[in-house]
Design a protein around this ligand. Sequence first.
Ligand code: NAI
Length: 251
Amino acid sequence: ATPPTSWDRPLEGKVAVVTGAARGIGATIAEVFARDGATVIVADIPAAGEALSQTANKVGGTALALDVTSPDAAAKLAEFATERFGGIDIVVHNAGITRDKLLANMDEGRWNSVLNVNLAAPHRITEGLVARGALKDGGRVIDVSSIAGIAGNRGQTNYGTSKAGVIGMVNAEAPKLAEKGITINAVAPGFIETAMTAAIPLATREAGRLMSSLLQGGQTVDVAETIAYFAGPASNAVTGNVVRVCGQSLI
Ligand code: NAI
């Protein structure tokens, strides 16, 4: 086949949903998608309020207050996107939380909330969108795992388990979604400079940066561009894959 002469606005005509898009990696994914021509729905918890509206304005997109853990999240999203835009082409499960504690202090609340937001919600929403026919044929699902789900991280048994689970989920869902022409892939970012990692104590933060042979924290745009590849026509033949967005670990 002959390669296209240009990938200018490769997402033109596509409707994309990004969860956890009020700030951080999610907000940058929305920007990159809008640049590439997509119509973007940015979703975040109701408490994100003003920050979510700002992201929506910046990308010329539409804001949706949506807690991904609510039981009716898929129904709400499907209805919203179908009524306004006729369905969804791309969904990025980016919303995620950490509730770090060393194992002895890892109470059930911390365990459950992290597993719910990071793992159960993406699964429930993907299934719910497909069941309602809201995710179009040829659709794309992109999950956000983490290097913590591959290499592990002290104090993050809940988080690492959820992010390892995301990789298992992508592997398991890929063949089933392929029957509908939908691909599902994941990114596993290393240390990325965001509010989430700024909250980490200094020594751990420096160790995080050393976990990449590039000797730096990545930027949100590094993750967003990798996700744009999975969302766009250049990855038509790619499903069930995970790309680590980081260097090799030095420690
Ligand atoms: P962040 O904390 O800056 O942003 C996360 C967003 O998700 C926030 O706007 C938050 O309100 C939203 N959110 C949380 N719970 C939600 C819920 N129940 N429903 C809807 N939205 C919800 O985090 P950051 O750093 O931008 O991370 C984004 C994703 O990337 C997460 O899944 C995180 O686990 C993952 N990641 C981040 C890394 C980093 O170094 N920053 C490394 C590897 C993965």
